[in-house]
Design a binder for this molecule. Sequence first.
Ligand code: F6R
Length: 612
Amino acid sequence: MCGITGYVGSRPAVETAIRNLKRLEYRGYDSAGVAYPAPAGVRIVKAAGKIAQLEASVQDQPMEAQVAIAHTRWATHGSPSQANAHPHPDCRGDLAVVHNGIIENYAELRARLRAAGHQFQSETDTEALAHLIEERLPEGEPTPQIFLEAVRQALREVRGSYAIAVISRFLGNAVVVARKDSPLVIGLGEAENFLASDIPAVMAYTRRVLILEDGDCALIEPDRVTISGLDGRLRTRNALHVDWDDQAAEKGGFPHFMLKEIYEEPRTVRDTLRGRLLADDRVTLPDVGFTAEQWARIRRVSIVACGTAYHAGLVGKRLLEQLLHRPVEAAVASEFRYSDPLVDPETLTLLISQSGETADTLAAMREAKRRGSPTLAIVNVVGSTLAREADAVLYTQAGPEIGVASTKAYLAQLTALTLLALYLAQNAGMPEEDRRRYVAALRALPEQIEACLSLSERIEAISAELAAMSCFFYLGRGYDYATAHEAALKLKEISYIHAEAYAAGEMKHGPLALIEPEVAVIGLCTQPATHEKMVSNLQEVKARQGTVLALLREDVPAPDTADYLIRIPATLDALSPILAMVPLQLLAYYVARQRGCPIDQPRNLAKSVTVE
Ligand code: F6R
């Protein structure tokens, strides 16, 4: 995610804000910028690339400012470039805004503001907010209170998520901030205050922090912080004392990025759904960029990806087949490119990738294009090669993923695939009642993922007993078989225990010979239609003294053969891979931790595989 910092007080503000911004560098970004008050308005300095470039650019600027806001951007709307970097000004250069989050109705706001004469300099959703605040300012020289009210009015017109910080020549030595669905904290000092999107960014100066809540606005001055709601009523937030060490702080208090990213999954799914489900429960994909004719020409779908993204594709294959009643292929990219792929102008080639830079996936996309197939990339990194070269892009909104083992990006990919499948099915005349059932189930996911995360302690206890196993089998049928592939990959890559996914019905055709007490068998039983069959398969394992863990929906009876049980909330069959993966990621994580493995950087692996 993007990073925000800011400062008010008697230190050199620009230097302080940039120094704090560096503490958020580990999260990844593509450009950076800073703004501070200048005699005739605000001065903004921005640079594409690293913070070091920004520092070089501010060196020749006079810097007596005692207020500054700064930002690292991880592109969501518009390519990574200097123009799209934050802060963004209004037309007159009276104010500057930094923003994390997504403004869903930005296109509508932008069109309206343009028609009213506002000039835009970037492609970002954030800039609409700067102009909207300008629009709400009365003529003349507003007081800080009137300026704050203009920000509140502007925010009342915004749909989406935001953490924002605004400076203006009308505010003097103060910053206005606000949040909804995006974190923002205020670090409290002596006659100085700090703001940031994350606690680590203020920790060099203070351990006393105020954590803003959704709907909070604040006027931050050196000696006081005044919090109010969007309705102007005053609110009180209690300060917390943070005693993390520096390393824990980078990871938001979690011991590893992987665990932090698993805990970000409710938000990831919420952000990926954001703006794509209409009030009448129809799905909209306005950012994808295919015309109605291009969508209508699609007869077949061929999914291509690597590793975890390919496993998302295995779920996607079933889902698309189920909703479209058409055959769908799923291939690993390194095989697709060297085969004679059966794609043509009527086949949508769907590429899935977190990084958008995986060499085999890129080569597969180019091969599909050579064959005249329209290409659609489900990708996380805006401006990545895949995003630039594919004919259309459906972005996942997972934010930067730092742990080498992919977790939240996988859930975002499954969410995006579900949206795509529903969109295509809706265009093909899916009955309204069915669509509404899916959309209701999608909307329920973030809370259900929270429920899965609450199993963490129990899974940690089970992991302590399973960490000494010599081998893991993950068994499933249907959607659970697809999930089994990803669960096995997660365990093997971070714990170094051999793990294999098997179609549950295939065990007795060979692998049952391997079962003994040191072999753990994880039975995935989330599909009611095959539940009894799965229970029989687990009985076959138990009869050979295997150690059995069953993962079940909360509304089905427990098999009496399981040594351990994990229960997850009930959802539609097609969405169960999203919920089931959360405890399975936690299981892999805790087993690896028991074994003392370097979880965030497993041996021999890289986050982005840019060679064949
Ligand atoms: C496993 C993992 C890899 C990636 C694969 C594709 O946890 O992360 O298997 O999924 O290398 O990477 P992307 O999605 O960047 O194309």
